[in-house]
Design a protein around this ligand. Structure first.
Ligand SMILES: CC(C)=CCC/C(C)=C/CC/C(C)=C/CC/C(C)=C/COP(=O)(O)OP(=O)(O)O
Length: 257
């Protein structure tokens, strides 16, 4: 039950703000604690208070997401995959952990909840890695390189290659490895997607299959994610819906490749 709430807009940091300031994030964290304790600040917070009262949500992923945004204000390079993974967990894995208690696990599922949460986490990570790979050129324009520096170096690449926007054979080879890694997480997510509550499976399967096709689109662009944005057309998206429906109603373990 909502106890009290006030006006909206407190967190808007000016119309042209591109990055959230530390103060804004600190205040956001304070509001998070308050709303979890039944004291929402405004109507949006009140909606979340209502949700945390209805579903078994843990505050940790919410705190971690704010930490991810804090990280993004301080850091624009990732030395290795471990560092990048942590960022992906903070900004997307957390979303997955927040949604499972709301979507629910099927009563027919015999899997341990932890394995379903792991699959959810994988979908969050796979989505974020895909998002990063799609946006390499765009992020570089903002001086940001969300790629493991040590892996770039293994292919003789560095930030300058990203900034110069030349798609070389080394770049293509590097990208193949990054795409395979993202696909690995989507594959890991599949098992859990079929164990969610019946009504949640179709949207989750749709997002899994649709987001994964962005990786195909990068390949179709011959790995040019420096000057082009991988795009999945509307028709292709619509055609994926019946396929994701089929996947969502088939039993886990059923062979479907
Ligand atoms: C598989 C199981 C068991 C559960 C599903 C759990 C879920 C819903 C996981 C997905 C979590 C999720 C939606 C993460 C965020 C992914 C992401 C990269 C969003 C991109 O956001 P924007 O940056 O706004 O996207 P655009 O750049 O496309 O605008």
């Amino acid at each position: 039950m909502v106890i009290w709430c006030r006006r909206t807009d407190e967190l808007v940091d000016g119309p042209n703000a591109t990055h959230m300031s530390a103060t804004v994030l600190d205040r956001w964290e304070e509001r998070l604690e308050d709303l979890f304790n039944g004291r929402p600040f405004d109507m949006l917070d009140a909606a979340l208070t209502d949700t945390v009262q209805k579903f078994p949500l843990d505050i940790k992923p919410f705190r971690d997401m704010i930490e991810g945004m804090r990280m993004d204000t301080k850091k624009s390079r990732y030395e290795n995959y471990q560092e990048l993974y942590l960022y992906c967990y903070y900004v997307a894995g957390t979303v997955a952990l927040m949604t499972v208690p709301v979507m629910g696990i099927s009563p027919e599922s015999s899997s341990h909840a932890s394995s379903i949460y792991n699959s959810a986490l994988s979908l969050g990570i796979g989505n974020q890695l895909t998002n990063i790979l799609r946006d390499v050129g765009e992020d570089a324009l903002r001086g940001r390189v969300y790629l493991p520096q040590d892996e770039l170096a293994q292919y003789g690449l560095c930030d300058d290659d990203v900034y110069s926007r030349r798609v070389t054979d080394n770049w293509r080879e590097f990208m193949k490895g990054q795409i395979n890694r993202a696909r690995f997480y989507f594959n890991q997510a599949e098992e859990g997607a079929s164990k969610l509550d019946k009504d949640s499976r179709w949207p989750v399967w749709s997002s899994l299959l649709l987001y994964r096709t962005i990786l195909d689109a990068i390949e179709e662009n011959d790995y040019d994610n420096l000057t082009k944005r991988a795009y999945v057309g509307r028709t292709k998206k619509l055609l994926m819906l019946p396929l994701s429906y089929t996947r969502s109603v088939s039993m886990p373990g059923f062979a479907f490749h």
